[in-house]
Write a protein that binds this ligand. Structure first.
Ligand SMILES: *Cc1c(COP(=O)(O)O)cnc(C)c1O
Length: 360
């Protein structure tokens, strides 16, 4: 039996995608073997990877001026590759600190020999909001932000318009959850395991002319140019993860109807859950400031924190898993990514009301 999966990541995938992967496990597209057993040099696989790149650019509406890269090493390797390429040898780069993942990105920039400057941080308020005022350095190489903060449940409603340098974003936990205007961006990265596919694939969107400005002489696998020149096939890419991500893209395009539509569905789910939290008379309490709330990761606490373990245990008995907050903060987090259906959120809300009626 399938559970209602509220995992933060790896996370729920669309059932039609999983069914198709399962159906093709012994014979992928008439090759007589699974996608996992195919060579990445096989013409069918090369075509599949190219189609996946094209489908992604089309879905995002950025067919011109961007390149899709299939990387590995997670979002965490991007934390290092970005400063290595674009802020080498003491170059100043600006970071906006909105929680665990941006803090880590900032720290990696330090390790890589960049001179990262904190242009804003919500740390003093426990990362409960997205800062709207910044003290940028005069000439940073880039401005880095985390568009959705998976741990704290905050999301950028819109992006800075007057930054002194191109924007770079970690969009891991909201990638493809809404249309985004990428006009001020030069690079976006996202670990696939939150909203797109299995772990092992990191999708990078990059403007090739920006990649050209990167430091020369880096090891091949750390240089974005390598991925561009070899169409992400310099070494063996995560073929099965790319294929699965491609199926999710098709699902988003054909079954859902695109990014504007998924945004609407995501907002409906988020509204349903936040309404239940806000309407609980304080029994449940959202942890993020209302103007910064994420529609992807809904973080909350019980007023009686000693009941939180019971809440999680009982939810699990009802078939709802992954509701525990990130281990760094505790509490509860319902990750309601693209593949989590409204009915799952409604079931959760029903459970929350019932739990409160017994204990409130
Ligand atoms: C999960 C997550 C990461 C970490 O990703 P890895 O693929 O494990 O390196 C980084 N940033 C954000 C926003 C995330 O949600």
């Amino acid at each position: 039996m399938r559970v209602l999966n509220f995992n933060g990541g790896p996370a729920a995938l669309p059932v039609p995608v999983l069914e198709q992967v399962a159906a093709e496990m012994l014979d992928w597209q008439g090759t007589g073997m699974s996608i996992m057993e195919n060579s990445h040099r096989a013409k069918e696989v090369v075509a599949m990877a190219e189609e996946t790149q094209a489908a992604l650019l089309e879905l995002l509406g950025i067919e011109k001026g961007w390149k899709v890269l299939f990387c590995q090493g997670g979002a965490s390797l991007q934390f290092a590759m970005i400063p290595m390429n674009f802020a080498p040898d003491g170059t100043v780069c600006d970071y906006i600190d909105t929680g665990l993942w941006s803090t880590k990105a900032y720290q990696e920039a330090q390790i890589c020999g960049a001179r990262p400057h904190l242009a804003a941080s919500s740390k003093a308020d426990d990362f409960t909001y997205i800062p709207r005022e910044y003290s940028f350095s005069p000439k940073p190489s880039y401005v880095y932000l985390t568009s959705n903060n998976t741990v704290r449940g905050t999301r950028w409603p819109s992006f800075p318009d007057s930054a002194p340098a191109p924007l770079i974003a970690d969009m891991s936990s909201e990638f493809l959850s809404r249309p985004v205007d990428l006009k001020n961006f030069v690079l976006v990265h996202a670990g696939a395991q939150k909203n797109v596919g299995p772990a092992g694939l990191t999708i990078v969107l990059i403007r090739p002319e920006w990649a050209e400005t990167g430091k020369k002489g880096l090891p091949h696998m750390l240089d974005y140019r390598t991925y561009i020149e070899h169409d992400s096939m310099f070494n063996t890419p995560p073929v099965a993860a790319i294929y699965t991500a491609g199926l999710t893209l098709k699902w988003l395009r054909d079954d859902i109807g695109g990014l504007a539509k998924i945004q609407q569905l995501n907002q409906e789910k988020a509204d349903c859950l936040y309404k239940a939290i806000d309407g609980s008379g304080g029994f449940y309490k959202g942890t993020a400031r209302v103007d910064s709330r994420s529609p992807m990761n809904v973080t909350f606490r019980l007023k009686q924190t000693d009941l939180e373990k019971t809440f999680l245990d009982e939810a699990k008995k009802e078939g709802m898993v992954g509701l525990n907050g990130h281990r760094s903060v505790g509490g509860m987090r319902a990750s309601i990514y693209n593949a989590v259906e409204l009915s799952a959120v409604e079931t959760l809300v029903g459970f929350m009301k019932h739990f409160q009626s017994k204990r409130g």
